[in-house]
Design a binder for this molecule. Structure first.
Ligand code: G6D
Length: 342
């Protein structure tokens, strides 16, 4: 089947925004220039993405639905971080005590430019670019980020992050797509999760990194497929916030696999990033959610492939420093599948 591609623009409350629809036999991928975001992933007549119902609410949401995150994913802690002994000032993200997801000038709220489009028989790809100026959000260096999305006929959805900088800086990019593999998005009732990680990053109540911890015997041990509802119930029984943690991936082909028994739809994740931040939408969503009449809490998950957040503050972690003579290059592959094909 010949893949199809459609693009259109919309005037929105965040300005003129482009949308790109990449379509294969089984998958429709809807992307946007704003935050180089994933809007929808349609597979087996089901939207696998959880997001606000209105596109306007999706675009400027502070829950980062589907958005590309940068310069840094996760948290940095004001008033500064140190880079080669130099204190670099950072400011908190409005509404958060930390500098979350790149701060007020985060890439999730920047309008990327389409710089290339390619279509071959078995794949369609687009590349979106954002140039972050020197000292934007106080980060050193002009950083150019290219996000390439590829939809392949075998249902692989690939996104590549490629960045260079004019000065040594921090760079830790991810995609923050929320997933619920059921047509009904009210809960994760029949979802199961597997993350191939022997360790996770233990954090304090302010999400500051403490240390790497073995997952064995804990609620963080997801090396065998577990019921998501049962796992979240364990946190609830301990009156603890559920998953919002970085998992250090083992050197295995499949990093994570989420599967909904009710829809028989699964999604496999592969990546060359060292960690996945697994988040179970722990906060109330005040906007009307698509195909959902609850407040969104624990109604979806993210599997954010990235470097461990806040690594610059901890000598044993990846520091996410990108040097001016280096290239930042990482790939994520998400592949939807039907477990029991008809
Ligand atoms: C909360 O702590 C969580 C983050 O991990 C998440 O990315 C954000 O909500 C959307 O701040």
């Amino acid at each position: 089947m010949k893949q199809t591609f459609k693009t259109y623009e919309k005037d929105t409350r965040v300005g003129r925004v482009s949308f790109y629809e990449l379509k294969s036999k089984d998958v429709t991928l809807l992307l946007t220039s704003y935050g180089a975001g994933i809007v929808d992933i349609i597979f087996d007549d089901t939207n696998l993405c959880a997001r606000p119902e209105s596109i306007e609410d999706y675009l400027d949401s502070k829950a980062y639905y589907g958005k590309t995150i940068g310069r840094t994913s996760g948290r940095l802690f004001p008033p500064y971080f140190e880079l080669d002994g130099k204190k670099i000032k950072i400011e908190n993200t409005p509404g958060d005590v930390s500098h979350l997801h790149g701060g007020a000038d985060g890439f999730a709220f920047k309008n990327f430019s389409l710089i290339s489009f390619e279509q071959r028989n078995d794949e369609t790809s687009i590349t979106l670019r954002y140039v972050s100026s020197d000292e934007e959000a106080h980060y050193p260096g002009e950083l150019t980020l290219d996000v390439t999305y590829i939809l392949k006929e075998n249902n692989d959805i690939i996104f590549k992050h490629y960045a260079t900088t004019t000065k040594d800086t921090l760079c830790n990019i991810t995609n923050h797509v929320y997933l619920n593999l059921n047509k009904n998005k009210n809960n994760l009732e029949h979802h199961h999760i597997k993350i191939n990680a022997d360790q996770y990053l233990k954090v304090d109540q302010n999400y500051r990194p403490i240390n790497k911890q073995d997952v064995s015997g804990s609620v963080f041990d997801l090396r065998e497929t577990k019921s998501l509802k049962e796992q979240i119930d364990i946190f609830d029984q301990k009156n603890m916030m559920a998953y919002d943690h970085a998992f250090f991936l083992n050197d295995e082909k499949i990093a994570a696999d989420v599967y909904d028994q009710a829809s028989d739809i699964g999604l496999r994740v592969e990546t060359d990033y060292p960690t996945i931040v697994f988040y179970t939408h722990n906060y109330i969503e005040d906007k009307k959610m698509l195909l959902c009449d609850t407040n969104g809490v624990h109604g979806s998950i993210t599997l954010e492939c990235q470097y461990e957040p806040s690594g610059i503050y901890h000598k044993d972690l990846n520091d996410s420093i990108l040097r001016k003579n280096e290239v930042y290059q990482h790939t994520v592959k998400m592949t939807p599948y039907k477990k029991h094909t008809k």
